[in-house]
Ligand binder design. Sequence first.
Ligand SMILES: [Zn+2]
Ligand SMILES: [Zn+2]
Length: 241
Amino acid sequence: MLIIISFLFIHWYASVFAQSFFLHRYMAHRMFTMSVFWERFFYLGTFVTQGSSFLHPKSYAQLHLEHHKHSDTKEDPHSPHFFKDVVAMMVSTARVYMEFKGGKRRSSSPYIEGLPTWGVVDRLGNNHFVRLMFCVAYTSVYVAFAPSLWWYLLLPIHFLMGPIHGAFVNWCGHKYGYRNYAINDQSRNTFIWDVLFVGETFQNNHHKYPNRLNFATRWYELDLAYPVIWTLSKMRVLTPR
Ligand SMILES: [Zn+2]
Ligand SMILES: [Zn+2]
C-alpha cells in the first residue's frame, strides 16, 4: 500500500512540477534562461514524468499564450465561463492545442519561433504506442504492489495526469477563490497555499504579473514551486530574466 501511495505522490508532483516549471514558466513565459544541458535535462524530464499525457512543449506554449491574450473572452481556449462543464472546456483545449501542433494555427507572440524543440523526444512523446507503454508501466506497478483490485481505480489518474492538472487549474483558477487584483478577466487565486498544484492556481496573481517568477504575491501566500526554483537559481541551474 505504501508503495502505491508513494508512486502516486511522486508521479503527481513530478508531473505537475514539470508542467509548471518547464512548460509554463520556462517555455511559455521565458521567465528564466538555462544552459542547453539543463534545458534538455528538463525537456527529457517532462517527457518521462508526463508520460502518457505528454504535451508538445512549443504547442503548449502557443496554447497558453493564447489563453493570456484572450483571458475569459470567447477566444480563450479554456475559460470556464464559456463552457457548460469541465469536459467541454477540456475538449476545446485539446482541439486548439492540436491546431497549434498541426501548424493549422499560429501564435502571434514574437518569440514563439525561437522556442526550443527536440525532434526525437517530441516524436516519442506524441507516439500512441509510447503513450500506451507508459500506461502499461503504471499498471505494472499496481499489479506488483496493489493490496487489492480497488486500488486499480486510481490508475486513470496516472493515465490522464496532465489533463487532470490542467482541468483543475483552468476551471478553478478562473472560477473559485479570491482576487488580489481587479484586472480585466475572471481569474482567481483558489488557495492561499497552493501545495497541490505547486502555485498554478494563483491565476489572479499570475494574470496580473505574467512574467513574475513567484506566483505568490502576498506574504501569507505560498507557491510551492518557487522555493525549488529559487534553490535551482542559487545552484546556477537557471538564471531569472
Ligand atoms: Zn489563466
Ligand atoms: Zn501563464
